[in-house]
Design a protein around this ligand. Structure first.
Ligand code: ZN
Length: 203
């Protein structure tokens, strides 16, 4: 049988997606081959468009197609209450909670010794600038309940000590090693209500 170089290339491309192994990638590649040309073109255009149109919000780091995201540009949100999250999509969990109306800040990862990620690799300097610029009164650190997430939270709380803002951490009803994305809205609402101070001085 002929060597189908273009199918091999497409398989390789699909394997770059999360949870896609060699077998799935092959099925996907042959599924594309069976599609009509218009569908394939739409598919290709959609792939290019996400990269061309979507960028991180320059203020908070959430994904947006606008100059700034809808959370940062909202006039009805409480801009004095800020939740620090590791990844852009973590905000979705908090948006499911009815009475949360604050804003976000995306760190872009967690401190990880094994991956060589330090605090300076995270989006922290812009957070410090926001405390003054936006009059932030409370920062809730909502990194994941993992070793990396805990390390990041402790380090960040230490860096925030000189600032006048209150610093709290979610009280998790979740086992260590879990991920925020799997928390249901009720658990998450409880963890916000039960949040604990990470600063010794304010009670
Ligand atoms: Zn934003």
């Amino acid at each position: 049988m002929d060597e189908l170089i273009s199918i091999e290339k497409l398989k390789e491309a699909f394997q770059k997606l999360p949870s896609v192994g060699a077998k799935s990638a092959e099925r996907m590649a042959y599924a594309v081959l069976k599609m009509d040309t218009k569908t394939v073109n739409n598919f290709a255009d959609a792939l290019k468009e996400v990269k061309e149109k979507i960028h991180p919000c320059p203020i908070c780091g959430l994904y947006t197609e606008a100059p700034t995201c809808s959370v940062c540009s909202s006039t009805t949100r409480d801009h004095s209450l800020l939740i620090v999250i590791s990844q852009p999509l973590d905000y979705q969990s908090f948006e499911k909670i009815d009475n949360f109306n604050g804003v976000y800040h995306v760190l872009g990862g967690s401190i990880s010794a094994s991956s060589g990620i330090g605090i300076n690799d995270l989006n922290v300097n812009s957070l410090f600038a926001r405390i003054d610029n936006e009059g932030i009164k409370e920062i809730i650190i909502a990194t994941n309940p993992t070793i990396e997430g805990e390390t990041t939270a402790l380090y960040l709380a230490k860096l925030l000590e000189p600032y006048p803002t209150k610093v709290t951490r979610l009280a998790y009803g979740l086992p260590m090693g879990g991920h925020l994305g799997y928390a249901d809205a009720v658990t998450l609402e409880k963890s916000i209500k039960g949040r604990t101070s990470m600063k010794g001085e304010d009670e």
